[in-house]
Write a new protein. Structure first.
Length: 140
């Protein structure tokens, strides 16, 4: 059975094991919007996994297993210091988009991947990679 923690692990493992971003350049800081104490040079990312609703995908009854679909969005904020220009953030955001686009880490499937050009954010250029995902859960 897949849990939200198992899904979160699969989603983040794809990022951490890709080698695209060194681990010391990934902020797992709980979704805070603050950038104090984080890198001020180079490029770094902040991944946030947000779970949403889900619905039934099969019929069942008392004591009968049913298949449910859970969904959510992975948001990877990409920050690059202003002195690097937007190119560094564009480059990494594009690589991260391709890391998830049309892929799966069964039972997690990645769908509807796209980039958002946020622009200047404090002392950084910011891009955002949005990845919608879903996964199956069996309920009894």
């Amino acid at each position: 059975m897949t849990t939200i923690n198992a899904a979160r692990s699969a989603i983040l493992l794809r990022l951490t094991q890709s080698g695209l971003v060194p681990l010391d350049r990934i902020d797992f800081g709980g979704g805070s919007i603050e950038t104090d104490g984080l890198p001020t040079d180079g490029v770094w990312v902040r991944p946030v996994v947000k779970f949403a609703g889900g619905g039934g995908d099969s019929l069942g009854g008392e004591g009968v297993a049913t298949r449910r679909v859970r969904s959510g969005t992975l948001i990877i904020q990409v920050f690059a210091e202003l002195g690097l220009g937007e190119f560094a953030a564009d480059e990494l955001a594009d690589q991260l988009l391709r890391l998830y686009e049309g892929r799966a880490d069964r039972p997690v499937y990645y769908r509807d991947c796209y980039l958002v050009d946020v622009g200047r954010d404090e002392a950084h250029w910011q891009k955002q990679v949005n990845v919608r995902f879903d996964f199956d859960v069996v309920c009894v």
